[in-house]
Design a binder for this molecule. Structure first.
Ligand code: NCD
Ligand code: ZN
Length: 334
């Protein structure tokens, strides 16, 4: 008989659902595998007013009523405490800090945390979570994450009650850094940072479809991320950072960062954990620790995966997904 595993339906603690034509695909792909997800606010225009947040949430819910969007807002320089309070009353539990210019749609981001002191104080008082894209924009690309540690530590010190998430960890030095911080600090790990290295991006022919921010790093970094994911440490949990860009745009000469991983991230994680004899750690990593950190309930329902091959399409609605054209050894049992 085929091997099976039943886990609480996963929670994706970091994903980009986009807008317009793409939204239907991204929401449905996410809802297949995830009960809920932290929806990133780097849309155009950004999610930084209660009206936009509510409209976006309603649009997502209209496409997948069973999927719970955990809405975030984007911090902007000079954001007032009142503006943060207004966001909080619209139902958000987290604010996202994008260092200016560091990634897709972050030109209006924050140059230094000193520009958002009032907002951070209000977030701390209101018990909101601060989620950060941890990269220092002007540093050398492979050192960007490491060189952001100082800024992250300064914020953690200035706001001793603020819960903080270090998003999409990519560098092995960040694992040690986070391990040394208190429990109110956590980190998300993506499927692609657990599966790929820089060789997949540019070791042979350059592949824009696996180019993302922060860029995937070396084998030792991937090893350290895997150790953290398998560790059973509740500080580390899954956030796909699924971030689709159209194939035509990815192949147009300059490619924005972002990998579309929602459609197969869960079976790919089951495969990775199984290959390393860690299948018993999968549920906590994918479904339990993330919501627990946020103080949100995990999914009520479960999914069952069966060890049966699926082929990942080479294109999904104009987007090339992670592991396009390859097979994955687990499938959803229906
Ligand atoms: C994300 C996107 O495209 O919105 N891109 C990425 O490479 N991860 C933004 C982000 O999370 O950096
Ligand atoms: Zn992201």
């Amino acid at each position: 008989m085929e091997k099976e595993i039943t886990i609480r339906k996963p929670s994706d603690m970091h994903l980009h659902l986009r807008q317009g034509d793409m939204l239907k695909t991204t929401v449905q792909d996410a809802a297949t595998w995830f009960a809920q997800g932290v929806v990133m606010p780097n849309t155009v225009p950004a999610i930084n007013t209660p009206e936009r947040l509510i409209a976006y949430r309603d649009e997502i819910l209209s496409l997948a009523p069973d999927f719970k969007p955990i809405m975030s807002f984007k911090l902007y320089p000079g954001m007032s405490a009142d503006a943060v309070k207004a966001m909080a009353s619209s139902g958000t539990v987290l604010g996202k800090l994008y260092p200016a210019g560091v990634t897709t749609n972050s030109e209006d981001g924050v140059k230094s945390w000193h520009e958002i002191k009032e907002a951070l104080g209000a977030m701390s008082d209101l018990g909101l979570v601060l989620s950060i894209h941890c990269e220092k924009p002007d540093s050398f690309c492979l050192e960007r994450e490491y060189e952001y540690h100082q800024e992250f530590a300064a914020i953690a010190k200035a706001y001793p009650d603020l819960r903080m998430v270090f998003e999409h960890i990519s560098d092995r030095r960040s694992i040690d850094f986070l391990a040394g911080l208190p429990d109110r600090v956590a980190g998300t790990i993506t499927a692609h940072h657990l599966l790929l290295t820089l060789d997949d991006v540019l070791g042979a022919n350059m592949n824009p479809h696996v180019f993302c921010k922060p860029v995937v790093k070396g084998p030792k970094d991937r090893e350290a991320l895997r150790r953290a994911a398998f560790s059973g440490d509740k500080k580390f949990f899954f956030g796909s950072d699924s971030a689709p860009h159209l194939k035509t745009k990815k192949e147009s000469g300059t490619a924005a960062g972002g990998i579309y991983s929602s459609p197969f991230a869960v079976p790919l994680m089951a495969q990775l954990f199984e290959e390393h004899g860690q299948l018993d750690k999968l549920e906590n990593f994918m479904s339990i620790y993330g919501p627990a950190f946020y103080g949100i309930a995990p999914a009520a329902g479960c999914i069952t995966l069966v060890q049966k091959k699926s082929t990942i399409p080479s294109v999904i609605d104009g987007i090339v997904p992670l592991y396009a054209g390859k097979t994955v050894s687990w499938s959803l049992k229906n």
